[in-house]
Design a protein around this ligand. Sequence first.
Ligand code: ZN
Length: 72
Amino acid sequence: MENKDQKIKDNKPEYNLGDVVIMKKPHPCGCDRWKIIRVGMDYKLKCLKCDRLIMLPYRKFIKGVKRRVTSE
Ligand SMILES: [Zn+2]
């Protein structure tokens, strides 16, 4: 019998499409908020201020992300 509660207890940070996150390193434009526009092996982020796109491997993203911001 599968226990679904077990999976919920697994306290992994989950980041989904459309989430806005704060990265440890701000963009050179001064903005540290990014919107996730692609998830998977690579995460694609869009700078909320200047709309520039960056692509990060999942591991780098997890290392660099500070926290999730509630979407506005
Ligand atoms: Zn920027």
